[in-house]
Design a protein around this ligand. Structure first.
Ligand code: ADP
Ligand code: MG
Length: 697
């Protein structure tokens, strides 16, 4: 029934069917059923004629038709009717269908009139109103809520406006029986949450008897959407836990212990300890770990990665750490190899710029197992790279690695290696729940002790001199500074010119030889980038002028100033990432957001948030509110977030409860085979095909 082509619905036909398909993607009865109203119009809400003013949009009035006249000639010909209520008189005008309308209007009768109100010679009038005899509309005085649907200009021009689509829905609904819209939520759950049944909810979302009935229907259908999504994600996760095979890291051995007791230069934070423990448990059970590690910038994810790599080494497995850029790979390699320099661990780097001879050695060492750890860019997963026994892959700053790239890793070992993905940017909880709900998930919400909060300020072009003076005073104290230029695309000519101009300008503020400046951008050959970067890392240069290549992960604890040029061009999470490059040492750090004098409201809002908080999770929440889920960096398959009714920003509470109950259902009945859960299982089977269940049933 619901799968019938839309043109078979009475009142549709081939022509309208075609338009509905093209304009609204409505192909079947079901699509129409799931084309939900934008709002409802209360037919008992009637205005008085003298209340209408030029700000009124759609109005509804009730009154008596006093006279009906045809006026004008030829193209000016029109039908004008006058309607009168106790407060005044209003003109109704028709330019088309005059003969037909005239026949159906009866002077002396009471009508309910609806339409968009316009003003003509200072008097309100409605053109092409919708008319209904009052006697046929509403005898009870109770609310009568008429649905108004999303439509398009094209459809409106062809008599399928927001109300007229409702006429089609009104034809469809009475044809549907309970079995067409079978229940898919367990009865006990419905009862517990006081949600209406599915059939009833569909009736009431379109044609509610009261505002309350509509609200309940909406809540029910949103919950259903989110519950189904959460059950699906939880099933994927459950199946992976049950059926995947993973290498076993059974012991913590000498390598780890030596490092932990003698090398580790600081105490781990509570969050680092907790996350490592989670990973330790995960990798000991013989199932493949697929874990997402979220931590704010500077929370110390790298050391957690290293501890895991040491754990792998203790158990005789190789590990690899992949980073999205050459610079970051270099820095990780230098950091890790200096920590490991007195330990019996062979760690190497492999990137696009590794020289052939060295490359050959690394490949041989990885293939025969004499190299235990490799750090690198995606060069690590090229076909030529073979591992003797790869047990762990850590992917840093995850969002730049594609799904396909990750899949190639799976082919590097017979039993797939454990995977730890570390995100660049915190993701709001609600988003993570929907976009990454199938992964295991750890959060590091604690910064190492002794960090001073970064002070963030907004300055405009007029204040540039003061900003430069400030940088100078910081350099005098022995600190270093970043100046970052926006880069939309690495190759973009304009931003390159901006950068060069900026560089010249900075040079004139900070003349050589007293001051030394590094510049890094995407057009430089890798060696040059590396040298310039290195000079800044070692403190040889005072200022780093760069595009956003610096954004990800780079660590120079002595840098205390971050100046961001054209701040308005950056998104919130990117600004937060950039700011995270300072405040890494014990010195007080500053972030200066530079803009022109005029700033758009959006940009102003972002700047305000940046100045108000250093908390990446809070910023991520704000970013989600401002931009909506579709645009957030680090989310995959945005389709996972496209719900018809639910919205993860506004329906947080429903999402939380759906997540809770999905977990609860599967904890108690992983096969969903109890009588109560069977409707849900059947729904998933029909809707999802057998895939989710293939390994269960
Ligand atoms: P991110 O999570 O942004 O990748 P990093 O791993 O680069 O952060 O760590 C940032 C800085 O904090 C590094 O200099 C690191 O050595 C230091 N660090 C990490 N953990 C701790 C800790 N528990 N105590 C003190 N400093 C730490
Ligand atoms: Mg990092």
């Amino acid at each position: 029934m619901l799968d019938s082509p839309i043109e078979y619905l009475k009142g549709v036909g081939p022509l309208r069917g075609d338009m509905l398909r093209k304009e609204l993607n409505i192909f079947t009865f079901r699509d129409l059923l799931e084309h939900f109203p934008l709002r409802h119009l209360d037919k008992t809400q009637v205005s008085l004629i003298n209340e209408i003013d030029p700000t009124s949009d759609f109005v509804q009035i009730a009154g008596r038709i006093t006279d009906v006249t045809v006026m004008g000639e030829k193209r000016g010909k029109r039908l004008v009717a006058r309607i009168k209520d106790k407060s005044g008189t209003l003109e109704l005008t028709w330019f088309q269908g005059i003969t037909w309308v005239q026949k159906s209007l009866f002077p002396g009768q009471d009508y309910l009139v609806f339409g968009r109100c316009g003003f003509f010679n200072g008097r309100p009038q409605i053109t092409h109103p919708e008319m209904e005899l009052l006697s046929s509309v509403n005898k009870t005085g109770q609310a009568f809520l008429e649905p108004i649907y999303p439509s398009t200009e094209k459809l409106k021009a062809r008599a399928l406006n927001g109300r007229q689509i409702g006429k089609l829905t009104a034809v469809l609904m009475p044809q549907l029986a309970e079995r067409d819209i079978p229940e898919n939520i367990p009865a006990t759950l419905l009862e517990q949450l006081k949600l209406p049944g599915r059939f009833q909810a569909y009736q009431n979302i379109h044609f509610p008897k009261s505002a309350q009935a509509y609200e309940n229907a909406l809540r029910r259908l949103k919950f259903e959407e989110l519950l189904i999504a959460q059950v699906r994600l939880a099933l994927v996760k459950l199946n992976r836990h049950r059926y995947s095979r993973g290498v076993v890291f059974e012991k913590v051995g000498d390598i780890f212990n030596h490092f932990y007791n003698n090398v580790l230069p600081f105490q781990l934070t509570g969050a680092q300890k907790r996350v490592f423990k989670e990973i330790r448990q995960d990798t000991a059970r013989g199932k493949q770990m697929n874990r997402l590690l979220q931590g704010d910038v500077g929370s110390g994810k790298t050391i957690v990665a290293l501890l895991c790599m040491l754990l792998a080494a203790d158990n005789g497995f190789q590990s690899c750490l992949m980073a999205p850029t050459e610079i970051l790979s270099q820095q990780h390699f230098q950091g890790l190899s200096s920590l490991l320099k007195d330990m019996p661990v062979n760690i190497r780097i492999l990137t696009g710029s590794t020289k052939t001879a060295e490359r050959r050695k690394v490949l041989a060492g990885l293939a025969d197992g004499s190299i235990q750890m490799v750090v690198g860019t995606h060069a690590v997963i090229e076909d030529a790279v073979q591992f003797a026994n790869l047990g762990l892959v850590v992917i840093d700053e995850q969002h730049r690695f594609g799904v396909a790239q990750r899949a190639r890793l799976w082919q590097k070992a017979t039993i797939p290696p454990h995977v730890l993905v570390m995100t660049a940017t915190p993701i709001p909880r609600t988003l993570a729940m929907t976009a990454y709900g199938d992964l295991d998930y750890s959060v590091m919400d604690e910064l190492p002790p002794g960090r001073q909060p970064i002070t963030t300020v907004h300055r405009n072009e007029m204040q540039r001199g003061g900003v430069m003076d400030f940088i100078r005073s910081e350099i005098e104290k022995g600190r270093q500074a970043y100046i970052i230029y926006p880069l939309i695309e690495e190759s973009e000519k304009l931003s390159y010119e901006d950068l060069m101009q900026g560089y010249e300008q900075v040079k004139s503020w900070f003349p050589e030889p007293k001051y030394r400046i590094s510049m890094v951008h995407g057009r430089q050959p890798p060696e040059q980038k590396e040298t310039n970067m290195q000079r800044f890392v070692t403190g040889d240069t005072h200022i780093m002028v760069s595009t956003t290549v610096i954004e990800v992960g780079v660590n120079v604890p002595n840098a205390s100033v971050m100046v961001i040029e054209s701040t308005e061009k950056f998104g919130l999470s990117q600004l937060h990432q950039l700011r995270g490059r300072v405040g890494r040492g014990s010195e007080k750090s500053f972030c200066i957001l530079l803009t022109g004098e005029r700033v758009s409201n959006d940009a102003r809002e972002r700047i305000k948030i940046m100045c108000a908080t250093n908390d990446g999770f809070k910023i991520a929440e704000k970013d989600l509110e401002l931009r909506g889920p579709g645009d957030i960096e680090g989310t995959r398959q945005s389709g996972m977030l496209n719900f018809k009714l639910a919205n993860i920003v506004n329906d947080k509470a429903i999402l939380e409860s759906a997540k809770f109950y999905a977990q609860h259902l599967l904890d108690n009945d992983p096969e969903l085979s109890s009588a109560d859960n069977l409707p849900l299982k059947n729904y998933l089977l029909v809707k999802e095909g057998k895939t989710a269940w293939s390994k269960i049933s």
